[in-house]
Design a binder for this molecule. Sequence first.
Ligand SMILES: [Zn+2]
Ligand SMILES: [Zn+2]
Length: 343
Amino acid sequence: MQDPGPDEVLVRIQSSGICRTDLEIVDGALEFPLPFVAGHEGAGTVVGVGSGVTTVEVGDTVVLGAAACGTCPRCRTGAYSYCEQHAAMNFTGTRLDGSTGLRGRVGETIYGHFMRQSSWAGLALAHASNTVKVPSDVDPFVLGPFGCGIQTGAGAVWNILGVEPGSTVAVFGLGAVGQAAIMAARVAGTTTIIAIGNRQPKLDLALELGATHAFSARDGDVADLIRDVTGGGVQYTVEAAGKPDVMTTAVEVLAETGHAAITGVAAGASFPLDAWKMIRGRSVHGTTLGDAAPSVILPRLIDLYQQGAFPADRLMTHYPLDDVQRAIADVDNGAAIKAVLHP
Ligand SMILES: [Zn+2]
Ligand SMILES: [Zn+2]
């Protein structure tokens, strides 16, 4: 590992979640130069800062999100997830200048800088733009997943749907994004929260986290069940299953003027919409990372977590970093909702 460059932050990683996007790298669906260090839900303690970094100091507890340039037209409006440099800064395996700060035991080049962290490691070379200081009294052991999956689910509910107290929401898919959406809906005062999933343990957890109803296909046609519960249609839906047919359902079950948020990744997929239903005021909004500025949403989420109002630790199963293969297997077979690695 090289010393941090002027705009970089060296972080001793204490927790790092496993997210679907990491598994696409492991599977080879997302291609990077090899050898490559994955991991993009890191958190830990700052152990070094570059000369131009003013936002964090050595010793700070930080959560790492996605990097953004901070100066392009979209960044200037706060739309950091849509930074014009999003792919270049987060998804190339190198820094913007093509260099890499990671080295192997005998000095060989290792690629990474994934989401400007590559956090499945003991140390991560992060960027000033994706390093968010959080209170030092919160346990870094649980912080990693806040920077991607949890932010995405909460941002979908708060930033995109803007749910109101007393409103109705249905959440499709009960992984970390969906469960975070349920907790965020509860915080926002939503009074009908319908969880849709396949596995009973995830449905049970959703009910414990704030869902008022939980259905699987075994209970019947979920669209009919949602219409029954909501008196004809639900005001808001979050699609967190990443499946095109579920996206169609998430729009179909909306009441007139209802809004759907699509958070899942289904590369190359498309889904049909009923045009007549759309002209009755329904809308669908796709999102990357919940349209959230990490420096705004992460401290809020962690405050809520500390107050017990957003118990994200309930999603997590913990593994030593050396057990990454077992953790990946548990994510694949559904035994873990959010696997968290610890170096
Ligand atoms: Zn992710
Ligand atoms: Zn930008």
